[in-house]
Design a protein around this ligand. Structure first.
Ligand code: SF4
Ligand code: SF4
Length: 424
């Protein structure tokens, strides 16, 4: 338990006062779409957090459940006339609940896995073997595949194949570039390392094409965001500290990630959860945040000419904005790169800026609601008639694939960089 000055709910006391209960945050709130009840929307979360602050609310399962009904998508923040940062408030409230009630069994298990690299690697290896044994033999559209039961994951989801070899085991720690060109730390992230290794390959190809030195620190770990979904700030703080120490070893010009969620953790979440507890660590994290840029921003900054990369044989592409890029204002760069790549025609979908329904572990905890939210996204993608949907987050890719397959669609799901690197 933290001392009074560290109390997470106290951290947002001033922001809580700014809510005037106008309800403008209802528009576009995916949790409200799924649950249709006031406690699911930002105004309800703010009211709940005010009671947690006043300590006049029983912190029972109902309170915990109500606070879990948020995808931290930030749509409400964009709609709020008073700039109430509901996503930060929900993070603080979850942290306070975890401190006062303890973590749920599920989130305790998540914390144990994400802060232990060898445990995570072992899990991925087991999943890759099991995937090979069970899934490859089952046709893509088989009812058995649709209903294969997995613990914590639900009965009807399409899960992506785990890579036979993690991305980080296929490249050296330092890939030297041309003298005088920037040194870039690549924060890989778990989904790229264990599942979507093609994204990592695209990063390597594109930055080699630009002559940059690419550094893939061996000791990097999970960014910690899955822990934050359940209020496990201790795990996030410990991962922030170890990832920071690992990145600092290389004195890079930039730190980049092809995962919107990991980039968001390095850029915004780490300074937020460390707050005033540890001023030295906070100052170092602020330096890290200033150096952290999304791959699409960095490629544009480095002068990548998409005309020289080639977009492959896909013609019509639609783009989905990951929440963790949109809330950092990164919406134009990926579109510009795609628009300028040969062979690509960009078709905007309705609600490209709407959440896909993932929301960290929300998708596991509230799978059916998550898929209800995803349904509109799948329909919007299919309506464009696009050959593929591109995005900047492997988590969104998993969610989009799941939704599209459930709807019988064959629209390909790709990372923006995979399209750009396809012909290099
Ligand atoms: S829009 Fe902002 S001020 Fe209005 S109810 Fe929602 S959080 Fe409160
Ligand atoms: S962050 Fe997203 S899901 Fe959570 S209350 Fe705001 S709009 Fe709703």
């Amino acid at each position: 338990m933290s001392d009074k000055s560290d109390d997470p709910i106290k951290r947002v006391e001033e922001q809580l006062k700014k809510c005037v209960k106008c309800g403008a945050c209802r528009a576009n709130c995916p949790a409200f779409t799924a649950f249709g009840r006031e406690p699911a929307v930002a105004r309800g979360k703010v009211a709940l957090a005010q009671h947690i602050l006043k300590n006049d609310l029983e912190l029972d399962d109902g309170t915990y459940e109500a606070m879990s009904r948020c995808l931290l998508c930030g749509s409400c923040v964009e709609k709020c006339p008073n700039d109430v940062p509901t996503d930060e408030i929900v993070i603080a409230a979850r942290e306070a609940l975890a401190e006062r009630r303890g973590l749920s069994t599920f989130h305790r298990a998540v914390g144990q896995v994400i802060k232990n690299r060898s445990r995570m690697k072992m899990g991925a290896k087991a999943a890759s073997v099991l995937g090979a044994l069970f899934f490859r033999k089952i046709p893509e559209n088989s009812g058995l595949r649709l209903r294969f039961p997995l613990p914590f994951i639900g009965n009807e989801r399409h899960i992506p194949q785990i890579a036979a070899k993690p991305f980080m085991e296929t490249h050296p720690e330092i890939i030297p570039g041309e003298p005088g060109k920037p040194r870039i730390v690549f924060f890989v992230g778990c989904m790229t390392n264990f599942v979507y290794t093609g994204i990592g390959e695209a990063v390597v190809k594109l930055f080699r094409h630009l002559g940059c030195t690419l550094i893939i620190p061996r000791g990097q770990q999970c960014c910690g965001l899955p822990g934050m979904s359940g209020g496990d700030a201790e795990t996030v703080r410990s991962l922030a500290e170890s990832n920071l120490a690992e990145i600092e070893k290389f004195d890079a010009d930039y730190v980049t990630s092809a995962c919107a969620t990991c980039g968001g953790a390095l850029h915004r979440l780490y300074p937020l959860v460390v707050g005033k507890r540890n001023p030295d660590l906070r100052a170092r994290l602020d330096v890290l945040a200033a150096k952290t840029v999304d791959v699409s921003q960095l490629l544009a900054k480095m002068g990548l000419d998409p005309a020289k990369t080639g977009g492959g044989d896909k013609k019509l592409i639609t783009y989905h904005d990951p929440c963790h890029l949109r809330t950092r204002g990164i919406t134009g760069e990926p579109r510009a790169l795609l628009r300028d790549a040969p062979g690509i025609e960009l078709a905007e979908m309705d609600g490209a800026d709407r959440c896909c329904g993932l929301g960290g572990t929300f998708n596991v905890y509230h799978y059916n609601s998550s898929m209800t939210i995803n349904e509109a996204k799948s329909m919007a993608i299919i309506s464009t008639g696009a050959d593929a949907v591109a995005t900047g987050c492997p988590g969104c890719m998993m969610m989009l694939s799941d939704g599209l397959k459930r709807n019988g669609s064959t629209v390909e799901v790709v990372h923006t960089l995979e399209l750009l690197a396809r012909n290099l």
